[in-house]
Design a protein around this ligand. Structure first.
Ligand code: HEM
Length: 277
């Protein structure tokens, strides 16, 4: 989110600079989230990447999956492989786009990584929708619908952000690119959100094995809707001249940071660590 404050968005930059805690809260959250996303990328490369390079595709199923490698299902396996391997690229690309130094010092790199990020995000959403509905990879209808809405938002936001970049409307482009960043990371937020709730509730109150419990439903839709709401609050508070709005938003983002830390620690400890080694 710090992308906004240090970008060329003159209006936003000037007004959020008037209240440093807002920028500090966003930068702190982003650093924590970036570390958590790098752990996710590490797991993807160490598990899917290393086993894939060794030709051990059935080894992908050593990690709990609904439907990973299925002997004889060539199309499904290829689409699954493309989806999981590009997951590392899209997550890393999204992070690079938010580093202010890259944007300002190497604008050409920013443009190329941006094109890659949007293109790969489209492939991720399309392949994800195919895996869900054509390959029937979902635990319950509500969980299939929740991740599909995320897929639809990824396709919409990347198209809008790209169109604004082509039209050289960079203020609108940055807002939509940040929204695209949030929904592309919806699957990462989902894992973080689930682990944070498991730890906070002492074992996962309201969750079940088919991801259809009340807490599962809230977390699956909340995984991208909550980050979008917080981002919206940040964009509005940054542009606002009201100190109260800036204070409230800074407090909200500061509150989100320990929850993110908890979720990242939980995801690394209980979901990813066995596959990161
Ligand atoms: C663009 C961001 C996305 C990323 C980074 C991503 C990442 C991943 C990863 C890493 C896996 C392997 C499972 C694991 O080890 O955790 C996976 C599996 C899967 N993804 Fe995605 N995904 C994204 C978007 C989507 C979308 C939008 C959908 C659905 C519309 C989707 C549907 C699936 C399905 C069905 C599987 C197989 C799950 C299983 O067999 O257990 N993904 N994804």
């Amino acid at each position: 989110m710090d992308a906004i404050t240090s970008s060329g968005l003159a209006k936003t930059t000037m007004t959020s600079a008037g209240y440093p805690p807002l920028r500090r809260s966003a930068v702190t959250w982003f650093v924590v989230a970036a570390l958590g996303q790098l752990a996710f990328v590490w797991m993807i490369l160490a598990h899917y990447g290393v086993k894939g390079l060794a030709g051990n595709f059935s080894g992908w199923n050593d990690k709990p999956l609904i439907k990973g490698f299925v002997s004889g299902d060539t199309t499904g396996n290829i689409i699954f492989a493309v989806h999981v391997l590009l997951a590392a690229l899209v997550t890393t690309g999204g992070l690079l786009q938010l580093v202010p130094a890259i944007r300002t010092r190497t604008p050409m790199l920013h443009r190329w990584v941006g094109r890659m990020f949007f293109s790969v995000a489209v492939v991720m959403a399309t392949s994800g929708l195919w895996l869900t509905w054509a390959r029937h990879t979902y635990l319950s209808l509500v969980s299939g619908l929740a991740v599909s809405l995320d897929g639809a938002l990824i396709l919409s936001f990347t198209a809008i952000a790209w169109r604004h970049a082509v039209k050289r409307d960079f203020a609108a482009h940055r807002r939509w690119a940040l929204r695209a960043f949030m929904v592309v990371n919806g699957v990462w937020f989902l894992r973080i959100g689930m682990m944070a709730w498991v730890l906070l509730s002492g074992g996962g109150v309201g969750m079940n094995d088919s991801l259809s419990g009340p807490a599962d439903v809230v977390i699956q839709f909340g995984a991208y809707l909550v980050p979008l709401i917080v981002l919206e609050a940040y964009l509005r508070a940054s542009a606002s001249r009201t100190l109260h709005a800036k204070r409230m938003t800074a407090a909200l983002i500061f509150l989100a940071t320990p929850i993110t830390v908890l979720g990242v620690c939980g995801a690394v400890a209980f979901m990813w660590w066995p596959y990161m080694r």
